[in-house]
Design a protein around this ligand. Structure first.
Ligand code: DC
Length: 247
């Protein structure tokens, strides 16, 4: 169903809550379960800002890799703690290509942060307390006016515990690995399916078991298992929830 049709549906006064009330929407869940796709679509339909918090952890990881601050799982936390103070991250929207762009220290890093090398290193960086503190503050600042859809792991639990709508997304590891594998192949990178599945299972474990802000469902989050849902069906479920919450 095209967006304009959905907009027409949601613009029906009987279905729609108060459209001027701008909500804070937190979408958390496992790696590669399609959070960002549906979060972007939802932000577009609602005219909200979309923020990919994972891109921020990926950017700090890329910074560590490019500045010899990490080797395997070891991160030079003493140096990073100093250098991170001046690190800037922001997002722009490339309307011509309908694409969000991540910038780190005013350099476009959107493609570089999506490589498997960054995916393999990001868990070691995202478990560091001062990294999370810095990024959570930035995320809270980005969403202080509401009208935001943010996806990640701790958005409903730590970043916006007051969010009006919290979603916890999930799908089986096999389904997620297949989607991620297809995405990587589409960019022309060579990769084995097993390698992608191993990375997803490893990140699931680390995300759910790290000491600080582990991935967990907020008590008041709605579970959305999208293993067998199309993008359109997911979007429709979310729009129905938004309409309920805006009343
Ligand atoms: O959403 P993603 O896969 O691009 O996120 C990359 C990594 O960043 C992921 O392995 C976990 C971490 N992350 C996090 O710890 N907290 C967030 N709010 C978002 C991502």
């Amino acid at each position: 169903m095209p967006f304009h049709f959905l907009l027409t549906l949601t613009a029906d006064k009987k279905q729609m809550g108060n459209p001027t009330r701008k909500l804070t929407i937190a979408i958390d869940g496992y790696s590669s379960c399609g959070k960002s796709t549906v979060a972007k679509d939802l932000a577009k339909v609602l005219g909200y800002t979309y923020i990919d918090s994972g891109a921020m952890y990926r950017s700090v990881t890329l910074f560590c890799m490019e500045n010899s601050l990490m080797e395997g799982d070891y991160v030079d936390e003493a140096r990073l703690k100093i250098l991170i103070q001046d690190l800037t991250i922001h997002f722009t929207f490339d309307a011509a290509n309908q694409r969000y762009i991540t910038w780190m220290n005013h350099q476009k890093v959107e493609d570089k942060i999506r490589t498997l090398a960054v995916s393999n290193n990001v868990s070691a960086v995202s478990k560091i307390g001062f990294v999370r503190e810095k990024l959570v503050k930035l995320q809270q600042k980005m969403g202080e006016k509401g009208g935001i859809v943010m996806d990640g792991r701790d958005i409903g639990t730590v970043v916006y515990p007051q969010a009006e709508l919290k979603i916890f997304m999930t799908a089986s590891p096999q389904v997620r690995a297949q989607r991620r594998f297809d995405e990587i192949k589409a960019t022309g990178q060579e990769v084995l399916f097993q390698e992608v599945l191993d990375n997803i299972e490893k990140r699931d474990y680390i995300d759910a078991n790290r000491e600080i802000s582990p991935l967990r469902k907020a008590e008041d989050a709605v579970i959305l298992d999208n293993s067998f849902l199309t993008k359109q069906e997911q979007l429709e479920e979310l729009i129905a929830l938004v309409n309920q919450r805006s009343k």
